[in-house]
Write a protein that binds this ligand. Structure first.
Ligand SMILES: CC(C)(COP(=O)(O)OP(=O)(O)OC[C@H]1O[C@@H](n2cnc3c(N)ncnc32)[C@H](O)[C@@H]1OP(=O)(O)O)[C@@H](O)C(=O)NCCC(=O)NCCS
Length: 391
């Protein structure tokens, strides 16, 4: 089999999905996506768009302005019609799935150069828009209410005995780490500046993630309501916020990257998906990561860097504790530049964004790391994990 290396990845900043305050409220998701393509091709001039074998893009909700953005986003950017595209939906892991489809195609020898990534605009396409759940799932096998994301986060907190205090500590550190990474310029290599609008309507170049709360405090979080369940523990602070964002990366066979003179740090080693009870959807990464390390012939302890999506603090804590990786925030090797509680979680984008950030962490702060894992849970009980090895 061929080896698949990650040549480069770029993303938009993550904006609030808010009709008056969101920095990208006046932009369309295809514009954010093609801004990533434009930046990638500009930074890697030896890679021409017509050399791309195919495009794989993850989007969780493919309706309205996010319909088939794999193909339509490519065409909207003026890119060659001859390059085919596949828009992938696997709820939150959509972006990771897209990357893995491309990586596996490279390893199988189907092609040498692929674009993969993800996009979601949770303002213009809110979660669940247009959904019609099968009665046999939503009424007969389960109860629809129990499948809603916030309710699954509540159930995970109860089953894994995770306290509100520990989740607030995690939210605190996620924001602090993200702010520190932003201030130290760590995201500069991955965020492509795109024009947006501030709250007053003035245009400006958006270079930073909008959700990071510099003013986060334990006092502020203590009084917050629990929107999903009146007597629950999950607040907005410990939930990933509604977000708009896009990302894309160039994946290549190692020999093509060498032939073109492209540099790279990591290669795709293995992937794993695991299904679980959808009423505790957030714990999917536990089984997925166990499968992943077994498949790759390594152990959990061999994971040097973990980029784990923070859909909710409860599910992230359940995952890292159950796997024996971490106990409480601030973590040692998990989300060292902050996670989705602070950076935001544009559903179909995040799985690919985690891999872009993982690559940048392994290029800079964790230069001795051999193995990096990106993992996330997905609505209706999926868990995905992806292993990358330093080349
Ligand atoms: C939790 C959720 C319902 C909150 O939605 P919302 O009410 O629109 O959220 P906001 O971000 O505006 O937060 C609500 C309030 O809490 C405040 N808040 C949020 N985080 C805070 C923090 N860390 N400290 C203090 N206040 C905070 C906000 O400022 C806001 O206050 P305001 O109404 O006075 O402005 C929404 O973010 C959500 O559904 N998240 C989960 C998304 C999801 O399921 N994704 C898929 C995962 S698998």
């Amino acid at each position: 089999m061929k080896e698949c290396v990650l040549v480069d990845g770029m993303r938009s900043a993550n904006g609030r999905a808010h009709k008056d305050k969101g920095w990208f409220r006046n932009r369309t998701p295809d514009e954010l996506l093609t801004a990533c393509y434009d930046a990638l091709f500009a930074r890697n001039p030896q890679v021409k768009p017509e050399m791309v074998e195919a495009v794989y893009i993850g989007t969780a909700n493919q309706v309205g302005v996010t319909m088939d953005l794999g193909r339509l986003g490519w065409l909207a950017g003026g890119y060659p019609e001859s390059v085919a595209a596949n828009t992938i939906c696997q709820q939150c892991p959509s972006g990771m799935s897209a990357v893995e489809h491309a990586a596996r195609a490279i390893m199988c020898g189907e092609g040498d150069i692929y674009i993969a990534g993800g996009v979601e605009d949770m303002l213009k396409v809110p979660m669940g828009m247009g959904a019609a759940y099968p009665k046999r799932v939503a009424e007969e096998r389960y109860n629809l209410q129990d499948l809603m994301m916030g309710m699954t986060a509540e159930k995970v907190a109860a089953m894994w005995n995770i306290s509100r205090e520990d989740m607030e500590t995690m939210a605190y550190w996620s924001n602090k780490k993200a702010a520190a990474a932003r201030d130290a310029g760590k995201f500069k290599n991955e965020i492509v500046p795109i024009e947006g609008h501030d709250e007053a309507g003035n245009p400006f170049m958006v270079e930073h993630d909008q959700w990071i709360r510099d003013d986060i405090s334990f006092e502020g979080m203590a009084g917050m309501k629990t929107p999903f369940k009146p007597d629950g523990v999950i607040t907005a602070a410990m939930s990933s916020p509604l977000t708009t964002g896009a990302c894309a990366m160039i994946l290549m066979s190692r020999e093509k990257a060498d032939e073109l003179g492209c540099s790279y740090t990591i290669k795709y080693k293995a992937g794993a998906m695991a299904g679980n009870d959808p009423t505790i959807m957030g714990v999917g990464p536990i089984a997925a990561i166990k499968k992943l390390v077994a498949r790759a012939g390594i152990t959990i302890d061999d994971i040097d860097v973990l980029e784990l999506n923070e859909a909710f603090a409860s599910q992230s804590l359940a995952c890292v504790r159950d796997l024996g990786i971490e106990t409480n925030a601030p973590f040692k090797k998990t989300n060292i530049w902050g996670g989705a509680l602070a950076l935001g979680h544009p559903l179909g984008q995040s799985g690919a964004r985690l891999i872009i950030t993982l690559n940048n962490i392994m290029k800079t702060d964790m230069k001795d790391a051999k193995y990096g894992v990106a993992a996330l849970c997905g609505g209706f009980g999926n868990g995905n994990a992806s292993l990358w090895e330093r080349v």
